[in-house]
Design a protein around this ligand. Structure first.
Ligand code: ADP
Length: 661
């Protein structure tokens, strides 16, 4: 606000040369500024303005001389002048280039001077009279004033200092672009909007400082209106909020960090709570499982009528579960928990052994305790107890601290075992008696039977020629049946010996090929007409360690069976050798009736024949194969069979070991 109350002087003219020195000064100018022409001619024009504006003008003069921007030459603009008496006053001035003697000169034409006493008349920009530059200069903010069209008319010193411009640059602000390029478009849009509507302008944005740094500012601008309410000017302030903004950004970042931290902590807390809940659940489950398992164990112990014991190796104290008193029928009360009372009721025969076994166990000599002993129950009877235990805790040096285990009443089992042993002994004794009887009987039967066969043979010779054909036939039958009976008795005798474990064999070196040739020759005549009996032998002699008599018996049994069950075809006795010419197996093959798979499994059992019809049709006792297999096994051989019904059978004696010659 001007403090002047100067009258209006129209058409004051002030001209300057290119160095800024006053060359034109008329009456009106003298009257306006209080200087006579002589006083100002040749002086720099800055003497006509307050000293605070001078440095910027002087600097501008130095850099580019009197070359005001184009905008200054196009219209009337507001200036602040200083009269000779020091008083300041605003005035409107339009600037033009004039041709004067000596060249061009810049002439300012002052058409009107503002006067606060007559605002309406002195100037159309009456609102400007309300704007006090003194206050503006004292304000800490950047203060600026524009005309109604938004063009800068005034900026305070702080503003110039901040942006690094001079008053002469005022018109260049738009070009200099103190608002960053990326914020400029929005700034202009809002500013134009305010200019168009007259609404106050407010915007936070960066403004470039003289050193090039962009700082945050809160920019506000309000319209200054004339008496008729028309906007004449815009008064703006730019408040440096850079530190506040940075603090705000920092706070926002810290808040974001804090929120992230809180979320993370919340998440961790949730996870911890979930883990704790899971752990608690697992613990509860484990407890339930343990309780269930304890109940099951107790039920099992109750069911088994066992009891559990737990022995403290250091104090000698024993804990026993309730099954202890139930098992023996004692009340718990009279018993202490020591081993001593156990000795009192232990059977005298078991005391030492069982106690020693337990002492060895708790001394760590044995890992497990396993003992059976008798204890006297409440009724005075002896009960068998089986105790099993384990060392369950040890000291650092390995010495046993605690032992635990179970004890079961095995009296019934012991009684059953004893009964079984008695029965077995009885059976063995009976079996021995039966075998002895059979042996004796066989001997008793053989003696008269040999006589019968012998005498029948003698009579069959018919030396006296006094026997007729019919009588000779009877003698043949007596002889044949006698031989069959003798074989039966021999078989029964062998079976009895085998069963009684009294069959004795004598191993010697046997010339196998010779034995087989001999047997084949002996049996050929017994084969049905047309059935060939063949020996398949290698050309070299075959030796075998065996009981010659019993091996012959086995081979004869197989050959006899083959002959008996073969109507057509052939019977072969073959020896299969390894490369070393050692016999590996002897096979007796026939092309007879064969054996069904169902029956093949049982033919090696005693008294087994394929069916009762076989016995009637072919005779035999069903003992031959059982005896043969037992004899083979005693000689270290095997006897196996393969057969196909209607095709034939093969009986194999597996030697499986080299012969010693
Ligand atoms: P058996 O003295 O009755 O012949 P074995 O023990 O020697 O007694 O034979 C038992 C049964 O095995 C015979 O009754 C017969 O049914 C059957 N068997 C043995 N060898 C043969 C064979 N080579 N062919 C067909 N069946 C046979």
């Amino acid at each position: 606000m001007s403090s002047a109350s100067t009258s209006v002087v129209l058409d004051a003219l002030i001209g300057c040369d290119r160095t800024g020195r006053i060359t034109v000064w008329n009456e009106a100018a003298a009257s306006l500024f209080g200087y006579a022409e002589a006083e100002v001619l040749g002086k720099p024009y800055v003497v006509l303005m307050p000293s605070r504006f001078r440095p910027a003008h002087e600097q501008a003069l130095q850099t580019r001389g009197m070359h005001p921007p184009k905008e200054l030459l196009t219209g009337r603009r507001r200036w602040i002048g200083q009269r000779k008496d020091g008083g300041e006053f605003p005035f409107d001035m339009s600037i033009r280039w004039w041709m004067v003697a000596g060249g061009t000169c810049l002439v300012g034409s002052i058409a009107a001077v503002s006067d606060e006493s007559t605002p309406e008349e002195s100037s159309p920009d009456v609102s400007a009279t309300h704007f006090d530059t003194t206050i503006a200069e004292a304000m800490p903010q950047l203060v600026w004033l524009t005309n109604a069209a938004g063009q800068f008319e005034y900026c305070n010193r702080r503003w110039y200092e901040y942006v690094g411009l001079t008053p002469a640059d005022l018109e260049l602000i738009g070009e200099k672009g103190i608002v960053p390029p990326d914020e400029r478009a929005e700034w202009i849009q809002e500013w134009v909007q305010s200019l168009a509507t007259g609404q106050p302008f407010e915007r936070e944005c960066h403004l470039r400082r003289a050193d090039g740094e962009y700082r945050w500012f809160l920019n506000r601008s309000i319209p200054l209106r004339d008496a008729r309410g028309r906007v004449r000017q815009w008064l703006g302030t730019s408040t440096d909020i850079h530190e506040w903004k940075l603090a705000q950004t920092l706070i926002a970042a810290q808040r974001d960090d804090l929120e992230a931290l809180v979320m993370q902590r919340t998440h961790e807390l949730r996870e911890t709570v979930a883990a704790l809940q899971a752990e608690a659940q697992a613990h509860e489950n484990a407890q339930l499982t343990a309780q269930a398992s304890e109940r099951r164990l107790q039920s099992a112990l109750d069911g088994a009528r066992d009891f559990v014991w737990d022995y403290d190796c250091l104090t000698g104290e024993v804990y026993r579960s309730s099954g202890w008193s139930t098992m023996l029928g004692y009340d718990e009360a009279p018993f202490d928990s020591s081993i001593a009372h156990w000795m009192e009721i232990a059977h005298p025969e078991d005391q030492v052994i069982a106690h020693q076994a337990f002492r060895d166990f708790i001394a760590g000599k044995t890992e497990f305790h396993d003992a059976e002993y008798r204890l006297r129950d409440a009724s005075g009877a002896w009960r068998w107890i089986a105790s099993k235990g384990k060392i369950v805790a040890r000291a650092a040096d390995g010495a046993p601290l605690r032992a635990a285990g179970t004890s079961a009443d095995i009296t019934e089992r012991k009684i059953a075992e004893a009964a079984l042993e008695t029965a077995r002994e009885e059976a063995e004794r009976a079996s021995r008696a039966k075998s002895e009887f059979l042996e004796n009987m066989s001997h008793e039967l053989r003696t008269p039977l040999n006589s019968i066969i012998g005498f029948a043979s003698v009579l069959r010779r018919n030396r006296s020629q006094n026997l007729g054909a019919g009588e000779l036939t009877y003698l043949d039958r007596i002889h044949a049946n006698g031989v069959a009976l003798l074989r039966l008795i021999d078989d029964v005798l062998d079976a009895a010996k085998i069963e009684a474990g009294r069959m004795e064999i004598t191993i010697s070196t046997v010339l196998l090929d010779e034995m087989i040739r001999d047997l084949v020759a002996q049996c050929e005549a017994q084969a049905r007409p047309g059935v060939r009996v063949i020996a398949e032998l290698p050309s070299h002699p075959l030796y075998l360690r065996a009981d010659a008599l019993r091996l012959r018996q086995v081979l004869l049994n197989q050959l006899s069976n083959a002959i008996k069950f073969t109507e057509t075809g052939s019977i072969t006795v073959a020896v299969v050798c390894s490369d070393a010419r050692e016999p590996l197996r002897i096979e007796v093959r026939d092309t007879g009736i064969g054996i069904s798979p169902e029956r093949a499994a049982t033919i090696f059992d005693s008294f087994e024949q394929v069916d009762s019809g076989t016995a009637r049709l072919y005779g035999g006792t069903g003992l031959g194969l059982a005896i043969s297999r037992a004899l083979c096994e005693q000689m270290g051989f095997t006897l196996t069979m393969s057969s196909e019904q209607g095709v034939g059978s093969t009986f194999t004696i597996g030697i499986g070991r080299p012969a010693a010659t």
